[in-house]
Design a protein around this ligand. Sequence first.
Ligand SMILES: Cc1cc2nc3c(=O)[nH]c(=O)nc-3n(C[C@H](O)[C@H](O)[C@H](O)COP(=O)(O)O)c2cc1C
Length: 333
Amino acid sequence: MIDFKTKYLGLQLKNPIVPSASPISRSLDGMKQLEDAGASAVVMYSLFEEEILHEGAELDHYLHYGTESNPEALTYMPTAAEYNLEPDKYVELLRKAKESLSIPVIPSLNGITDGGWIKYAKHFEDAGADAIELNVYYIPTDPRLKSDDVEERYIDVLSGVKDTVKIPVAVKLSPFFSSLPNLAGRLVNVGANGLVLFNRFYQPDIDLDQLEVTPGVTLSDSTANRLPMRWIAIFYGKLQVDLAATSGIHTAEDVIKMIMAGADVTMMCSALLQNGIGHVGKVLTDMERWFEGHEYESVTQMKGSMSQRSVADPAAFERANYVKALNRFKMSV
Ligand SMILES: Cc1cc2nc3c(=O)[nH]c(=O)nc-3n(C[C@H](O)[C@H](O)[C@H](O)COP(=O)(O)O)c2cc1C
């Protein structure tokens, strides 16, 4: 019997397959299906700062609307419960998921300021969240903004959440930083319990017929996992933090490579949207076959075995190998 157990954010998980934030977790049924398919934990879709602020603005509007013209107006005010408030719905769904699922549930908060929205982390904790995933999705477009200031945002948001809750907090990052190891180290110093590498930024396209910018969310394939694989291999054993791989995890082989690089868990989104939730079960079965065929007994035994500190040629993850790779490239035409 192969031992797939792994530890992530202080949670004992039965295997390393954790569905990442996606529309599947917008319903209790979706999350139950993920559990039934064999997922070891689930990350919920993100609650966005804008949605929380929108709630505030909406309430503000209703609380003040007409009050100047009619002093009695406040008595007519609808209560918050009468509105379709996304943040409340989110917390309610989390509470229900915690009641009905036996695997850990990790809600996701997405924002860029250290403002009042951070209080939702506490609502998550009170609703029973096992941990929180924090997604700081920021695209700096002002050329006057220095990289230090951008990074400070990440630190401030994380500090705000860490001051608010006791449960573990993971930070989901993009790869676009001048010195990723430095930022990662600073996040660990202010209390990040896990790093989730990497978010795929939404990339708008141009529709040449309509001459419009089109949103279009694209799904990944396995080639997308090269980027997180390299950084997980570099961070493994150097940072005192749990590592989650996201982007391009589609097959058992993808999961195995990430564990060898040093990931504690591997997260799936596109693969489940393309193949259906049952794909989790197929990947687990394929993993079992691979482990048996290659005489591995556990995830623990495999973890980090191909990380930068373990491989014979650590430069393989660095610039030196880029030069070699380019020189060895053979044209096929
Ligand atoms: C349709 C869709 C919705 C997503 N929603 C969220 C979200 O709410 N929060 C978040 O942090 N990531 C979200 N993601 C990103 C995924 O969780 C994942 O990190 C990313 O797609 C890379 O993994 P993949 O290659 O397995 O898709 C979403 C991705 C897709 C395709």
